[in-house]
Ligand binder design. Structure first.
Ligand code: SAM
Length: 215
């Protein structure tokens, strides 16, 4: 996993294309990436979404978040990811209505995604050389008025002035009145031994909402 630290961010799709989906899934299990469960818990606790709510899972990977959502009864889940292989695999597993492959945070979001979703969610994407901070704007643009943005990241990345700029971008979007933060909280993830990227550490989730009446 150290390999992606030294590569251009735009190559992230080919990095994941080189990994077998089942190997990726096993890695997620081994590293105790508890963020998807935290995100799901907040979706169920803080929103009034229903089976037909429109959901966009950005950086969907092999579709682990989509599976959790589908198991809860959500039916209208779209996904996107930079890895063509992961997008095909996520579709094959049958939890998504539609999945497409592109790099988020560089070009404009496809116009059919703008203002469409009741919930945008993302797991495991706010990591160096993964989604750039600009992708946060796309997540907000994909929301309907009143729609929710619920995601999580390692706490050390949620710092003002951090070079990845996630916190600064969220603060800017909030200041512009395009998003309100309803709740943030902390939890632990990771396992002892091995790579320090996956060591036990604090993560934080946030629940945010686009202002305006729910549609
Ligand atoms: C750690 S994996 C998380 C995958 C999935 N969300 C999960 O829960 O298992 C990160 C994923 O984000 C995707 N990704 C990273 N940066 C991206 C970007 N800028 N645009 C689209 N996908 C991106 C990668 O291709 C990869 O599938």
């Amino acid at each position: 996993m150290d390999r992606f630290r030294s590569m251009p961010a735009e190559n992230i799709g080919s990095f994941y294309d080189s990994m077998k989906p089942e190997v990726y899934d096993e890695m997620v299990r081994l590293i105790n990436a508890t963020e998807s469960e935290q995100i799901l818990a907040k979706i169920l606790e803080r929103t009034d979404l229903h089976a037909d709510s429109e959901i966009y899972d950005v950086g969907c990977g092999t579709g682990l978040m989509g599976r959790l959502l589908h198991e809860q009864g959500f039916q209208q889940i779209d996904g996107m990811d930079a890895s063509e292989q992961f997008v095909s695999e996520a579709m094959r597993r049958g939890h998504y209505r539609n999945c497409e492959s592109f790099y988020l945070g560089e070009k404009q979001l496809p116009k059919e995604r703008l203002g469409r979703y009741d919930l945008v969610t993302a797991h495991g994407v706010w990591v160096p050389n993964h989604m750039p901070a600009k992708a946060i704007i796309d997540c907000v643009d994909a929301l309907k008025e009143g729609g929710y943005f619920i995601t999580a990241m390692r706490s050390y990345l949620w710092e003002k002035g951090d070079s990845n700029g996630y916190r600064d971008m969220i603060d800017a979007v909030v200041e512009e009145g395009k998003l309100s933060i309803l709740e943030t909280g902390k939890f632990m993830r990771g396992v002892e031994g091995g790579n320090d990227m996956f060591a036990p550490q604090e993560s934080m989730y946030f629940v945010a909402r686009k202002p305006g009446p729910p549609q």
